[in-house]
Design a protein around this ligand. Sequence first.
Ligand code: NAD
Ligand code: WQD
Length: 336
Amino acid sequence: MSILVTGGAGYIGSHTCVELLNAGYDIIVLDNFYNSNRESLKRIKEITNKDFKFYEADIRDKKALEEIFKNEKIDAVIHFAALKAVGESCVKPLEYYENNVGGTITLCQAMKEAGCKKIVFSSSATVYGMNNHVPFVETMTTGGTTNPYGTTKYFIERILMDIYDSDNDWNITILRYFNPIGAHESGRIGENPNGIPNNLMPYIAQVAVGKLECLSVFGDNYDTPDGTGVRDYIHVVDLAIGHIKAVAKALESSGVNVYNLGTGVGCSVLELVKAFEKASGIKINYKIAPRRDGDIATCYADASKARNELGWIAQRGIDEMCEDTWRFQKNNPNGY
Ligand code: NAD
Ligand code: WQD
């Protein structure tokens, strides 16, 4: 079976490519390198000792997509390509809607024309918005997102569901990721943010390696055990394996399926800092700062649907997530 992976050079995409190749799938990777580079593709080949086809292309480029679908036999698409910086999306909403929503529409048009009707989409726990209570369950009402990035994910979910309603031959699989962290155990691929990281784990890792001075902990007066924000951190390799399970099911059936990919366990900012200190043996300098706009106190998954229907369960705990992040950071202090 042959899978087109959009955004396959990126953080989650590269780890998923490794697991797809290890599972025996043929892959075709598409990326415009907006937030990645060729080195990750080289390292996927090095880790797996397998080769694959790559197209440097943009999901908004209909002609390029038509060419790919003409040249390749594609059974399903795993669609990672997107812009993902929450803060930036508030400053550049049009770019986010154009790239994420517009790009997905163009991709689905090309898929439809080529008769490829199976798509696994990278959504986010952010679609549960501000108005639901933990643990988040797939049946909850979505929306109430707090930034344009999150709204792109909400809109795309709706668009994909409408595509299915119009044509029941499609398989639409929506994966709502919680907070992916960690890296491949080889230390060769991992998260490689441009500039100052927005997310907690890469920030901690860059403080540890001496690139950043001090972590700001955004709020210590939330209604949580230690007052800091609680999230459901999930190892990126577990997340990647979730895609293998999801695509295998998608290849066999049609329908719309939504799955949370999380551990079901919450971890606070200060707990993650402590776990990272233990994994790295390095003291993380931090200070308490005001809350960040748009943050909620607590976010974790009810992960039972993916367990029951996909037979998927996250295996790796917080200590392993920190050890693997640290190995990648230490070995690649300046990224790829
Ligand atoms: P990433 O930025 O590392 O990977 C995205 C890849 O898509 C990059 O390689 C980028 O160059 C490429 N890309 C972007 N726009 C493109 C376009 N128009 N055409 C072709 N390629 C394009 O991000 P990631 O963390 O690997 O995220 C992958 C997906 O998962 C995204 O859809 C993201 O929104 C979603 N997601 C990520 C997180 C997270 O915390 N990392 C959480 C939930 C959901
Ligand atoms: C985690 C916790 C912060 C940075 C975001 C997106 C979400 C998804 C995953 C893509 C929170 C605290 C953070 C820092 C801190 N992305 N924090 N100091 O906000 O849960 O989710 O990434 O889809 O859509 O919103 O992740 O890593 O930014 O924050 O104290 O420098 O760490 O307040 O409690 P978040 P995060």
